[in-house]
Design a binder for this molecule. Structure first.
Ligand SMILES: [Zn+2]
Length: 435
C-alpha cells in the first residue's frame, strides 16, 4: 500500500467553498483518505512538506488543441497531456478542429482511440457544431453525444449564421451539452481580408468581429434560453462588457480568457520579437488587457483556458496562429507576482469555473472537489517558486510560446487525476520521486 502525507498546505477548494490554512492531505493508493490538521504519518507513509504550497481540485482546461490524430508533427496526445499534467490539469477538453475535423462518429472514435492509447490525463473530446466546421449544416450532434462528446464547438472557425446556430443550440440543449463559440464573425472578416485564403490565416481581425459574433450568439441564446452557451477566448473590453450585460440579463452564458490575452497586449508581443506568430483573436490594447482582468476577477469571465495551440516554428509568412501553453497557464497568470489576494479566484477559474461551463459531463473529472474516500483529482502547487520554460522542461512538441525563456512564478509540484499521480516534479519533491 502506498501512502503519501502532504503536510501543512493551504487548501483552496472553490467547488466546496473551502479555503483553509495549515491542512494535511493523506493519500492512500491514490484515494484521498483524509484531510485535517496534525495528521500522523505511520512508518510506511512518505511525508512531504513544502511551506506556502497549495492543494486544490485538479485544474480542468476547457480549450486544448491536441492536433493528433492528423498533424503529429505539431503535437502528440502523449506530449500535450504530459504538458497539461505538468501544468496542474487533471483533464483537458480537446477541440474538434483536428484535420479532418471531428464531425462524424468515425472521426470521434479515431480521436478517442488516440487519447485512450496515449493520454496522461483525462481527455474530454468535443464534437464539431457543423459539418467541416463550415457553419452551413449541423453535425450529427446526437450521435456524437452518444459516442461521448462532452460539448460542441467549431473552434477556430465562426462561419455559422443565426439560423444554424439556433438549431445547434436547440439540439445541444436537448442533449445537455454546452455549445462553445469562437467569437470572430467570419463574414465580417471576409470583407476585410483577401479572398481565397484559409480564414484561420487572415491577418486583419478587428475587435468588431468579436462583438458581432458575441451579439449574434447571444441573440441565438435569447431564442433558445434553455441552452448553454460558452464564449471562448474573449479578447476585448467591449466583448467582456457584452458578457457582463448578458449575465445581468439572466442569460445562461459563460466565458473564458487565455493567459496570453490577460498578460500581454499586442504591442508587448511585438516588442518581444520572438518567432511565435500571433493568435486568433489577436492580442489587443493595454486597456483591453486590463478590462479582461477585471472581468475575470469579478466573475464575468468564468474560466481561464489555455487555448493550447501548438505549431512548428516557421518563417514569419508561413506561421500559423496560436501559442503552445497548457503547461504554463498558472505560471503565466502568477507571472507578475500579482496573485496574492487573487489566488483563490484564479484557482476557482481553473477548477470550479470550467466544470460549471461543462455541466454534467465535467463531473467525472473531480467535479465534486476534494472529497475524502474518492480517487484523488488534485493539483499541488507552490505559488512562490520560479521556473523558466526552456528545452530542459518543456513537454509539448511545439515551443511556440511568447513566454519561452522568461522567469515565471508558480510551480506545479504534483497532479493527481482520478486516483493516478500523472505528474511529479522530482526536483522540487525528491522525497516522492524516491518513494
Ligand atoms: Zn478559438
Amino acid at each position: 500500500m502506498s501512502q503519501i502525507l502532504i503536510q501543512d498546505v493551504r487548501l483552496i477548494d472553490p467547488i466546496n467553498r473551502v479555503d483553509r490554512e495549515s491542512c494535511d492531505v493523506l493519500l492512500r493508493d491514490g484515494v484521498l483518505a483524509e484531510l485535517g490538521s496534525g495528521l500522523e504519518a505511520s512508518p510506511e507513509t512518505v511525508a512531504v512538506r513544502r511551506p506556502g504550497s497549495v492543494v486544490s481540485p485538479a485544474f480542468l482546461d476547457l480549450h486544448c488543441h491536441l492536433r493528433d490524430p492528423g498533424q503529429p508533427w505539431k503535437e502528440r496526445v502523449g506530449r500535450a497531456t504530459a504538458a497539461a499534467a505538468a501544468g496542474g490539469f487533471g483533464a483537458v477538453c480537446a477541440m474538434a478542429n483536428l484535420v479532418p475535423p471531428v464531425d462524424t462518429v468515425e472521426r470521434f472514435r479515431a480521436a478517442q482511440r488516440e487519447a485512450k492509447a496515449f493520454a496522461r490525463v483525462t481527455v474530454l473530446q468535443l464534437g464539431a457544431c457543423t459539418e467541416g466546421l463550415e457553419g452551413a449544416s449541423p453535425a450529427p450532434l446526437e450521435e456524437l453525444a452518444r459516442a461521448g462528446a462532452v460539448a460542441f464547438s467549431d473552434d477556430g472557425r465562426n462561419g455559422i449564421g443565426l439560423e444554424v446556430l439556433v438549431r445547434v443550440l436547440r439540439r445541444a440543449a436537448d442533449l445537455g451539452r454546452t455549445v462553445a463559440v469562437h467569437p470572430e464573425d467570419e463574414q465580417l472578416l471576409a470583407r476585410v481580408n483577401p479572398e481565397g485564403e484559409d480564414p484561420g490565416r487572415w491577418h486583419l481581425r478587428p475587435p468588431d468581429a468579436e462583438l458581432s459574433a458575441i451579439e449574434r450568439a447571444l441573440q441565438a441564446l435569447r431564442i433558445v434560453p434553455q441552452a448553454r452557451l460558452h464564449l471562448q477566448h474573449i479578447s476585448t473590453a467591449r466583448g467582456a462588457e457584452l458578457v457582463r450585460q448578458a449575465k445581468a440579463e439572466g442569460l445562461p452564458v459563460t466565458a473564458e480568457v487565455t493567459p496570453h490575452h490577460l498578460m500581454l497586449s499586442g504591442a508587448e508581443l511585438e516588442a518581444k520579437g520572438r518567432p511565435v506568430s500571433r493568435c486568433n483573436p489577436p492580442l489587443r490594447t493595454e486597456a483591453d488587457r486590463t478590462a479582461l482582468w477585471e472581468a475575470l476577477l469579478d466573475g464575468t469571465i468564468d474560466a481561464l483556458a489555455s487555448d493550447h495551440a501548438p505549431h512548428e516554428l516557421a518563417p514569419a509568412e508561413e506561421r500559423a496562429p496560436g501559442f503552445s501553453g497548457v503547461q504554463l497557464v498558472l505560471s503565466a497568470v502568477l507571472g507578475q507576482g500579482g496573485a496574492g489576494a487573487h489566488l483563490p479566484r484564479l484557482v476557482e477559474a481553473l477548477s470550479a469555473g470550467p466544470r460549471r461551463v461543462l455541466g454534467e459531463p465535467g463531473r467525472e473529472t473531480g467535479g465534486e472537489g476534494l472529497r475524502t474516500g474518492e480517487p484523488a483529482s488534485l493539483t499541488w502547487f507552490d505559488p512562490a517558486c520560479h521556473w523558466t520554460p526552456d528545452a530542459s522542461n518543456w513537454l509539448s512538441l511545439s515551443t511556440n510560446t511568447p513566454f519561452w525563456g522568461e522567469t515565471l512564478r508558480g510551480c506545479v509540484l504534483s497532479t493527481f487525476s482520478r486516483g493516478r499521480m500523472v505528474h511529479l516534479n522530482p526536483e522540487l519533491v525528491p522525497e516522492l520521486a524516491r518513494a
